[in-house]
Design a protein around this ligand. Structure first.
Ligand SMILES: C[S@@+](CC[C@H](N)C(=O)[O-])C[C@H]1O[C@@H](n2cnc3c(N)ncnc32)[C@H](O)[C@@H]1O
Length: 290
């Protein structure tokens, strides 16, 4: 939904835009083209490697850009440190990038074997290894149910605890194969359109990075710093995120802070899904500051 984001942000020269999830800079490149020569971009990511890539990629377009390694939940203090009081647009493109997913060392993918890490910010303390090897069975089960909406949460948690009694679960492929083994054989393929370990990996990633609590905080902070008629655009990738965006927007609308532009979330076209299958579950919600 690249084109929709760019369209809904109402870009133009002199605007100040926050890309709260710059990743490797795809959205920001298009934003910069439309706010030059006098616009300002504040680019945030909690992943220092992605930030370095986007900085390198965009530096020729950037006369007035700030690249900040921070959690977007600290949006207010980021802007305060830059002495920026109001902005014209904020974009959140949630989740992880294909750059992060495809790097086996980051431990996000069950397809490439790597250490069980999943930290977006490698300075943070807790990794997926810590959760998988230290939480008790009930805690793992609750985590899989709440953050993964995983039907077989009890069975997976039970087998994980049994297996880690033999040796620690240290890699992504180890975790994925335990998940597959825990699911009754007749459901392994029938029940899942997706890989059977997808929900477990989603749940672990959300917990490691505390993704849901950061999101609500950040949306409220973004709304607070928007200029009148400024826009906030949020792309989410699963229903847990989308529910938070929807409710946070509704609450702000009921307080008279914003007008919701997308009564229903926008979803990708068939052709976008064909060319980028991972966009299949994405939803875009947009609101405007009153
Ligand atoms: C889907 S990617 C963004 C891709 C980007 N729009 C592009 O065009 O390349 C999501 C990015 O958000 C970052 N991210 C996720 N949660 C974050 C948070 N709480 N604070 C800052 N960055 C975050 C991830 O590290 C990742 O780089």
């Amino acid at each position: 939904m690249f084109n929709e984001i760019i369209e809904y942000l109402n870009l133009g020269s002199k605007k100040t835009i926050v890309d709260a999830t710059i990743g490797t800079g795809g959205h920001s490149m298009a934003i910069l083209e439309r706010i030059k020569p006098d616009g300002r971009l504040v680019a945030i990511d909690r992943d220092s490697e992605s930030l370095a890539i986007s900085r390198e990629r965009l530096h020729q377009l950037c006369s007035n850009c700030e690249f900040i390694h921070e959690n977007f939940a600290k949006l207010d203090s980021v802007l305060e440190s830059l002495k920026i009081k109001k902005v014209d647009g904020v974009v959140f493109d949630l989740g992880i990038s294909s750059y992060q997913l495809e790097d086996p060392h980051r431990g996000f993918s069950f397809r490439n074997d790597g250490p069980l890490d999943m930290r977006m910010d490698r300075n943070s303390y807790i990794s997926a290894y810590d959760l998988v090897n230290n939480l008790n069975e009930e805690e793992i089960s609750a985590l899989l149910r709440t953050f993964g909406q995983e039907r077989w949460h009890n069975r997976i948690a039970h087998l994980l605890v049994e297996e880690r009694g033999k040796h620690p679960i240290a890699t992504t492929v180890q975790l994925a194969s335990i998940v597959i083994k825990a699911i009754p054989p007749r459901f392994r393929h029938k029940y899942y359109r997706i890989h059977p370990a997808t929900r477990t990996f989603q749940a672990m990633r959300i917990a490691v990075n505390r993704e849901l609590e950061n999101l609500e905080i950040a949306i409220n902070k973004a709304i607070a710093v928007l200029e009148k008629k400024g826009r906030i655009c949020v792309i989410s990738f699963h229903s847990l995120e989308d529910r938070i965006v929807k409710h946070t927007f509704r609450r702000a609308a009921s307080e008279g802070l914003i007008k919701i532009i997308t009564a229903k979330p926008l979803t990708p076209s068939e052709s976008e899904i064909q060319s980028n299958p991972s966009s299949r579950s994405s939803k875009l919600r947009v609101a405007e500051r009153l």
